[in-house]
Design a protein around this ligand. Sequence first.
Ligand code: HEM
Length: 218
Amino acid sequence: MTNTTAAATGMADAPPTRIYLFKRFERFWHWSQALMIIIMFITGFEIHGTYAWLGFAQAVNVHTLAAWALLALWAFTIFWQFTTGEWRQYLPTLKKADKMVVYYLWGIFHNAPNPFKKTQVSKHNPLQRLAYLALLAAVSPLIWGSGLLYLFRAYWPSAGVDTWLSLQWVAYAHTAGAFMMLVFFFVHVYLTTTGHTPTAHIKTMITGWEEVEPDHHP
Ligand code: HEM
């Protein structure tokens, strides 16, 4: 697939007006993961006792089902990331991180240009890379580790786990992970609205194509 409409129309030296950023599997993975995580929020906070809607037993069933579905999706996604080499998009860097902080705190409210120019080989700005790394290295292990311990609590006595761990601590850890995920979710959704129009980034994640300024020089 060509990466520019300019190339697609044969106008070899015209600047690209859009770039193909997200491949089909990536978009499928993104939206199905989003759906699964929203289901986990809704059912998880019902299990927690924040509100009553499906009923406790049903909420536990749906929560567990979504966890297994997410696990299967991640298995495919990890395979995809490594076979395509796309995992490199998540390697952390501090290059231009300071400029991005200034942009998010000030520039974005004063029409300053975004200091980071996306390309097919570098889709995430340095702050995004750091946020995704924190999610992958800290929040996910916390939520998955505690979730799996919660799920297999019936086996604790035979494995001797109940001699050093209480269910209450697992519940605290899991709930803390859920709140961290909630913070990530709200920041993530806010940042989707910061493209050249409020829905531009969302459209990119639906179609795969990102519109770029004529002076887009990565
Ligand atoms: C975005 C991801 C997730 C969120 C937001 C979330 C949220 C929650 C919350 C808020 C609770 C109630 C905790 C309490 O008050 O004790 C809960 C319970 C639970 N979660 Fe999750 N969770 C997520 C992922 C997972 C995963 C990946 C697993 C499994 C591997 C899992 C398994 C469980 C289990 C087994 C329970 C307890 C159900 C019961 O009481 O029988 N969760 N979750």
